[in-house]
Design a protein around this ligand. Sequence first.
Ligand SMILES: [Zn+2]
Length: 286
Amino acid sequence: MDSIFDMPAPADAEERRGKPPVVVYPNGTLPPVDMDVLRAARQTMTKIAEIIVPAREGGSFRVPKGHFFRIVSVEGAQVGDLNLWNAADLSERFFSGKTRALHATHVGVGDRLWSTLPYLRPMATITHDTLGWYGWDADGAGVHDVIGTRCDPYTNRLLNGDDYHRCCHSNLSRALAKEMNIPVQEAEFHVHDVLNVFMCTGFTRDTHQYFMKASPVRPGDFLEFFAEIDLLGALSACPGGDCGSEHSSDTVPCYPLLVEIWRPEPETLAGRAFPERNAYPRTHGL
Ligand SMILES: [Zn+2]
């Protein structure tokens, strides 16, 4: 046998394959997002801070609850790897896998970035995406995925046998270490699977392997979020640049990314309910 798939099919194989797919978490079962309120709020917002993340580097930023933040393309096509934490408790952080299960492999306007168990609440809501026109291309690719993990020096050592220190995992670790004034070896335990901002990815149709292709992002494009809780963020300008050829090297052109923090008029959010930590009592049947 050539592979584990060279197995004789049972007589009812087609019947078994013919069962209908059921969306695990159907649209409409999540608590509704008050996009009308957020749209009205963003009409009143003013920029209060901005941070440049240099090419092949990481940077950190804080966003108060009820503010917006944007990740902006500047200078050239560049992918960004985003981590988010509860600013008051690093154990609550972005949960890429559950966000993928609740929404899709790629996220867009109206989708939320959910936090890890046992907290599981929206950390941020996506409120604007200038790449929203991209949709799904002929290869089945889309932008802003929650599939990939982040490029890291351990996988690079495993596959290439050498050490590269500008992978997103290291960039995010250094950024968090600096922000929290902790050793980088401690910081890296808090770094987690990312939102791949501006990255264009999918799965190959024949082998279902994760693929990337050159990002369609151009200077001036941005992805905008509303902070549902007080956030600490870290962003890496991936050494893969537009991720159209390779990553984990100094080979391809890379560009900075800009993070902007925007404050809306507070009265536009008066009476709005912000998400609390998940109410499950954590007794797990005991
Ligand atoms: Zn990367």
